[in-house]
Design a protein around this ligand. Sequence first.
Ligand code: SF4
Length: 75
Amino acid sequence: MGERAWVDHDVCVSSGACVLEAPDVFAYQDGPEALAVVLPGAAELSRDRLVELAGLCPVGAIRVYGDDGSELPLS
Ligand code: SF4
């Protein structure tokens, strides 16, 4: 199953940091709010890279979950 990333749309402010840094992993959702979503490309990344990318979000909207479903701490 592997790690899984998810963007909390109650928290995302559409800063674009994740989309700019990793356009193969994050994209803006259609719609006026342009919230970020996780693309299938995220499955290609290592756990460390996912955690690193999640840490770039200025408001902590990106969560990463491990194999067992537990949320991983961000660095
Ligand atoms: S970096 Fe965070 S706030 Fe900015 S678009 Fe991505 S998820 Fe949203």
